[in-house]
Structure formats: C-alpha cells, structure tokens
Design a protein around this ligand. Structure first.
Ligand code: UT7
Length: 324
C-alpha cells in the first residue's frame, strides 16, 4: 500500500488595502516604470494595523477547509510557513489552531522564508506518508509590511502581505506517477549565503524585530540557477520531464526570475502561473496565493502536473511536483 498526499482544497486571503507603485513613489525615490520594468510588480496588498499573520492565515484556512469539505475537527496537523510570526512564541500555527476551533492533533511553524511553503508541503507529505496524519492543513502566511524599512527603496517596493492554504489528505495510491497527490519533493539550503537576505533584528541577536535587508542583485544571480536545477531534480525524482509539466507555480518574487527559470526549463510562458504583478512578493504565502488564483480561474484542473518552486533567505530553495 502506497500513501499519497492528495490536494483536497485550497484557499487564500488578501488584505483589503491595495497599494500602487504610484503611492510608493510619493514615499520613496522610485517610479512605477522602474518597479514594473525590474520586477513586474504593479500593486501589493497591505494588512490593516490590527491584522496579524494568524488572522490572514485563518481566513485562508477557512476557505481551504470549505473547499475540501471537511471541518477543523477533522484535521490532524497544521503546518504553517512564515517568517513574520505573530509572536516569537508560541507558534502562529497554534494561534490558527485555536481560532479554527481545532482541539486535537498538532500544530507548528516552519521557517524557510520565501521557500517556506515548499518546505511545509514536504513536511506535511512526510507525516501523511508515514501514516502519522490523514488530514493536514498547510499554510503560507506573511505580513512582510511589518519588517520592511519603508525608507529603503531597494526593498520596500518589492513585498506584500497575504495568506494561502491547502488541505492535504492521505489516500491510497499505486506508487507510480499517474497517482494524484504529491509525487516528489526536493529541498536545499546553503547557510554560507545567510548575509545576502536577512532581517537585522531578532530576540537573541538584538532584542528588536528588525528590518529586511537584501543584496538584490546577488540573490537574483543565485535564484535562476538554483531554481532551474531543483525543479530538474524534483521532476527526475517523480520520473517526469519538463514536457510533462502542465503548470509551473513559482514563488512570486520577480517576473524576470520566473521567466528566466521557465526558459531554462523549457516550460512555455502559457504554463506559468504569474501573480507577482498584483500580489508582489508575499514570501511563504506567494505560492498558495498563486495556486488558489489559478484554481479559482479554472486554469489548474484535476490530474494536471503542477510544479511548485521557491528560493529565499538562508539561502533555502526547493520544489514539489504534485498531480492535482
Ligand atoms: O523572495 C526572496 C528572493 N528575493 C528575490 O528573488 C529578489 C531578487 N532580486 C531582484 O529581484 C532584483 O535584484 C531587484 C528587483 C531587487 C533589483 O533589480 P536589479 O535590476 O538587480 O537592480 P539593482 O539592485 O542592480 O539596482 C539598479 C539601480 C541602482 O542604481 P545605480 O546604482 O545603478 O545608480 C539602484 O540604486 O536601481 C536603483 N534602484 C531603484 N531605483 C528606483 C534600486 N531600487 C530602486 C527603486 N526605484 N525602487
């Protein structure tokens, strides 16, 4: 008997407030033209002052549970990817568990910054495959607006807030790649690069929250190389090739990174799910937000082969191959 983690439903939440490039150009020395040309970003959603990461996560999760046709009490596990937790501890996942009214099972956070959702899917898939869980809620949720230096034009124009969630359900499969569900996962990190994308605060180092700092050009250089190679590895593990991919659902950091990676992989533009224009970079939330967008627009259909890929601070990077 082979256990597969099949996607049973997905959901998303974006805060109401939309901030345009023009609005940012009034605060820092930038322009709509620069932001669009270098990144593809036109707008981003920003959380209200009283909205925490867990509030965004709960809204996305409720929608995912509804689409999966299950109750919070049916969940065995919540895995939440975030780099902007409500508090240092307890985990944001336990806040979500409580708000959803789930009183059994377990909940914890995963921290791999922008690769967080790809890591969380791998973790959830392992729990399901090992028969430790049947129904797992996997969430990516962020309020990056809280850790941006709003005076630094090289970073503050790039990010947004949001949350997305998937319900994974254990089902019996055959073990070959015609099964629905997670077919392969591939994760990497290389801590030698931790100073190229980091937050200059934290409870142990500075006792402050800190701000995001990034050597954008350096991160860009590593991104295309790492992303194309990790997708190749994940496809190999699943016994699939680029031609088999129906949808590439990348982390939405920069349109140029996404297009260059797809070109290297020989995946056509028509197969890329791109939401960076409207959402900007929402870190761990960007992939589930893009997934929900493509599913609700009826682009992603049952049995399609989907590849998720992301790279972020650490560096961390990874990919998952899923038959929807
Ligand atoms: O999600 C985690 C992973 N993160 C990423 O994947 C981000 C990767 N990096 C990038 O996406 C790009 O490197 C950026 C979008 C961050 C920057 O684009 P770039 O083409 O690499 O620009 P640059 O950093 O080389 O800067 C070019 C110029 C500089 O001016 P000089 O030195 O050439 O005179 C910057 O000062 O653009 C200037 N600049 C800006 N100008 C207007 C930087 N930010 C801005 C801005 N508006 N917001």
């Amino acid at each position: 008997m082979f256990r597969r983690s099949v996607v049973a439903g997905c959901g998303a939440y974006l805060p109401e407030r939309v901030v345009t490039n023009e609005e940012l150009a009034k605060r820092v020395d930038t322009s709509n033209e620069w932001i669009v040309q270098r990144t593809g970003i036109r707008t981003r959603h920003i959380a209200a002052e009283n909205q925490k990461t867990s509030d965004l996560a709960v809204a996305a999760s409720q929608e995912a549970l509804k689409h999966a046709g299950i109750e919070a009490s049916d969940l065995d596990l919540v895995v939440l990817a975030t780099a902007t937790p409500d508090h240092t501890f307890p985990s944001t996942a336990t806040a979500v568990q409580s708000s959803l009214g789930m009183t059994r099972g377990a909940a914890f956070d995963v921290q791999a910054v922008c690769s967080g959702f790809v890591y969380a899917i791998n973790v959830a898939d392992n729990f399901i495959r090992l028969n430790q869980a049947d129904n797992v809620l996997v969430i990516g949720a962020e309020t990056f607006s809280r850790i941006l230096d709003w005076k630094d034009r090289s970073t503050c124009v790039l990010f947004g807030d949001g949350a997305g969630a998937l319900v994974l359900k254990g089902e019996q499969g055959t073990g070959d790649n015609t099964d629905r569900g997670v077919l392969s996962n591939c994760l990497h990190s290389d801590g030698r690069y931790h100073n190229l994308l980091y937050v200059d605060g934290g409870p142990s180092a500075t006792q402050t929250v800190g701000h995001l700092r990034m050597e954008g050009r350096e991160v860009f250089k590593h991104a295309v190389k790492n992303l194309s190679s990790v997708v190749g590895e994940a496809l190999d593990l699943a016994g699939l090739a680029s031609e088999d991919v129906d949808w590439l659902v990348p982390h939405q950091a920069n349109q140029r990174i996404i297009s260059s990676t797809a070109r290297k992989l020989r995946v056509g533009n028509e197969k890329i799910v791109m939401t960076v224009e409207r959402h900007a970079n929402t870190s761990a939330a960007s992939i589930p937000l893009a997934l929900e967008d493509a599913v609700s627009n009826r682009r992603i259909c049952k049995n399609d082969v989907i590849v998720l890929e992301a790279m972020g601070g650490g560096f961390t990077w990874g990919a998952n191959v899923i038959r929807w």
